[in-house]
Design a protein around this ligand. Structure first.
Ligand code: CA
Ligand code: CA
Ligand code: CA
Length: 168
């Protein structure tokens, strides 16, 4: 590809993303489902019911996710346990998002689990999982106050409709 064509393509993708920004109210059904799912997750882990997730609550949520996957309760997620929990996740996601999107989401979690295995012994220890999740969750905490609000609990690519943003 020559340089000029590259620049043209680049500027095209920039201008389309600006356009997308202007249409904040229009989000896809898929995004709406993801937002609903995340707000359900906040509700599930928001122990003190203040509508946001603080460090303790996030740690608890990571801990209970780990415990649910650690079938033999030895404090490690073996490749078999990880595979089983991914299979379970996939069937849950399929019910909400359909085959293709479920596959994408599960693959993302799969690669996360691989990255979490810091000493690369094939098992994810609880410590490795907590450390990884802390870093992962810190990505959501855009203003760095250690608390994840409903507005922050989403990927950068997920645009929020303004109506959703006002809802508390
Ligand atoms: Ca809270
Ligand atoms: Ca285990
Ligand atoms: Ca490991």
């Amino acid at each position: 590809m020559n340089k000029t064509l590259m620049m043209v393509l680049l500027s095209f993708s920039i201008s389309t993303s600006v356009l997308a920004d202007d249409k904040k109210l229009e989000i896809s059904e898929y995004q709406q489902k993801k937002l609903d799912q995340r707000s359900g997750e906040i509700k599930a882990y928001d122990v003190n019911k203040d509508g946001v997730l603080d460090a303790t609550e996030l740690q608890k949520s990571a801990g209970s996710k780990f415990d649910a996957a650690d079938i033999n309760k030895d404090g490690f997620l073996s490749p078999e346990e990880t595979a089983a929990s991914l299979a379970k996740l996939k069937s849950q996601k399929q019910a909400t998002f359909g085959e293709d999107d479920a596959k994408t989401q599960v693959n993302r979690v799969k690669s996360r689990m691989k990255n979490a295995d810091e000493n690369e012994d094939g098992n994810v220890s609880k410590q490795e999982y907590q450390t990884y999740m802390n870093n992962h969750q810190a990505n959501f905490d855009r203003n760095g106050d250690g608390i994840i609000s409903k507005d922050e609990y989403r990927a950068d690519s997920e645009k929020l409709p303004s109506s959703y943003r006002k809802k508390k």
